[in-house]
Write a protein that binds this ligand. Structure first.
Ligand SMILES: NC(=O)C1=CN([C@@H]2O[C@H](COP(=O)(O)OP(=O)(O)OC[C@H]3O[C@@H](n4cnc5c(N)ncnc54)[C@H](OP(=O)(O)O)[C@@H]3O)[C@@H](O)[C@H]2O)C=CC1
Ligand SMILES: N[C@@H](CC=O)C(=O)O
Ligand code: NA
Length: 434
């Protein structure tokens, strides 16, 4: 192997500048592990004149992707620019030019992961993407290596830092949604269009990647139902607390008898559940394996240096593989045909908040509808709303299937006594006191 390994970076924003910092500051550790020095030779940016977070020799910056993709001196391309079509094109061409690739791009991997991994292995190249899920947590490595001997049956993850930051600040400090979103953007946690964060799409992409790896099944983005946090209100957060829960944006992936479900939604977790105390920009992924039982992985889910740590660790794996001459051999195609559950197979408890007419018989009409569908209540609250002829009713159900629950929800809106279904959330996880 040569004395020096040359890296080409596509992107020099939050993650890209973290990669440069770590490569520059950890030379001794890099050389110790891979036997060569590692140099960032070229960096692609949109605007080379823009002021940068860190000092860089201006000759390193380029606005021409060919300076990296077609540059014979570059050994490894690191894609940290984001976006889908352009990034896909640059990665495919880099692989075809026999350059190994490391990416942090979950948008791309959730959509084109299978295709890109095939191109990589055909060209004898590595393609690693640890930073794409849960930032600095080595969760991909844990699934494909650490737990590779087991059968994973359940994964539950807080996999979006921006929304966890927002929910934590709203819930613990009473901050406003818009103010905290702005803060998360300033801290570099949010995507360039934060809609992907707050509407659950970013988390859905990560859950598609985790589902594919954990269940060894090709889970696409279309297989993941996603709901974000933009409609979560202060009242919901307060009720969640009063009833002993915490609200989190949770990705749920479960396998039962060969069929799987993958979804992302604001979810109530018992307050002493391990995921309930994951706050701020931290992420965590709970993984249940048939043999190992419960495991949990925790760490920073976004931000410059944490995410760059995952990128540079992937770089080290690429360089170790170069030394051993085994690049392009680690990715495996899925073992199982995809089999998704129907709504009848998806089981959980639910929280529902309703505004109902404050008069005799209103409550009975609601309870009748639930009992006719064989759904019983675990908890129930009813309170008058000041100066209005309306009462607030909060219901926590026992377990039911999604199809029945959705049927009840739509019938409720047809009841004359029900003014509005204000909110509805899935409840997951058992209390660790039980
Ligand atoms: N931020 C985070 O915490 C995390 C981000 N990621 C992922 O990492 C990737 C990068 O994110 P982040 O660093 O936050 O993004 P930024 O917006 O901070 O940086 C993007 C960089 O890419 C450059 N760039 C973007 N599009 C192009 C293009 N078409 N041609 C040339 N250069 C381009 C930009 O150039 P210029 O500087 O000139 O504008 C900028 O330097 C994304 O895929 C993101 O989802 C993954 C985990 C965590
Ligand atoms: N926008 C993402 C960044 C990391 O993937 C997040 O907030 O988690
Ligand atoms: Na990760």
């Amino acid at each position: 192997m040569s004395e020096k390994i040359s890296i080409g970076l596509l992107g020099f924003g939050t993650v890209g500048s973290g990669v440069v910092r770590i490569v520059e500051n950890h030379q001794q550790e890099l050389k110790h592990q891979v036997g060569s020095s590692v140099v960032v030779d070229k960096i692609l940016v949109k605007d080379a004149k823009k002021p940068r977070a860190i000092e860089i020799d201006e000759r390193v910056l380029t606005e021409d992707p060919e300076d990296i993709i077609s540059n014979p001196n570059i050994d490894v391309v690191v894609e940290v620019m984001g976006g889908i079509e352009e990034a896909r094109d640059y990665i495919i061409r880099s692989l075809e030019n026999k350059k190994h690739v490391v990416t942090a791009n979950k948008d791309l991997m959730a959509m084109y992961g299978a295709e890109l991994l095939t191109v990589a292995s055909k060209n004898g190249c590595d393609l690693f993407y640890e930073a794409s899920v849960a930032g600095g947590i080595p969760i991909i490595r844990s699934l494909v290596e650490g737990l590779s001997s087991d059968r994973i049956t359940k994964m539950m993850g807080i996999v979006n830092g921006t929304t966890n930051y927002i929910l934590t600040k709203m819930s613990n400090e009473g901050s406003s949604y818009n103010d905290v979103l702005k803060e998360a953007q300033e801290l570099g946690y949010a995507e360039s269009d934060p809609t992907a964060d707050v509407e659950g799409l970013d988390a859905a992409r990560k859950m598609a990647i985790l589902g594919t790896l954990g269940f060894s099944m090709n889970i696409g983005l279309d297989d993941v139902s996603a709901q974000g946090i933009s409609a979560v209100t202060e009242e919901d957060l307060d009720y969640a607390k009063q009833l002993g829960y915490r609200m989190k944006l949770v990705g749920v992936a479960k396998r039962d008898e060969g069929k799987v479900e993958v979804s992302v939604q604001p979810t109530l977790l018992p307050k002493n559940h391990p995921l309930a105390s994951v706050n701020d920009v931290f992420n965590a992924v709970y993984v249940y394996g048939e043999a190992v039982g419960e495991t949990m992985f925790y760490g920073p889910g976004a931000g410059s240096l944490p995410t760059a740590t995952a990128v540079v660790s992937d770089l080290i794996t690429v360089m170790k593989n170069m030394r051993l001459g085994v690049n392009g051999r680690s990715a495996l195609p899925p073992l199982h045909e995809k089999q998704m559950k129907t709504d009848e197979d998806v089981i959980s408890k639910y929280f529902m908040r309703l505004h109902v007419e404050d008069k005799a018989g209103a409550f009975a009409a609601i309870t009748t509808l639930f009992s006719e569908n064989n759904v019983s209540f675990e908890k129930l609250l009813q309170m008058p709303i000041k100066n209005k002829d309306v009462a607030e009713v909060v219901i926590i159900t026992h377990k039911t299937n999604k199809k029945t629950y959705e049927l009840i929800s739509s019938c409720l809106t047809d009841l004359e006594v029900v003014k509005e279904v204000k909110s509805s959330y899935r409840i997951e996880g058992v209390s660790y006191d039980e």
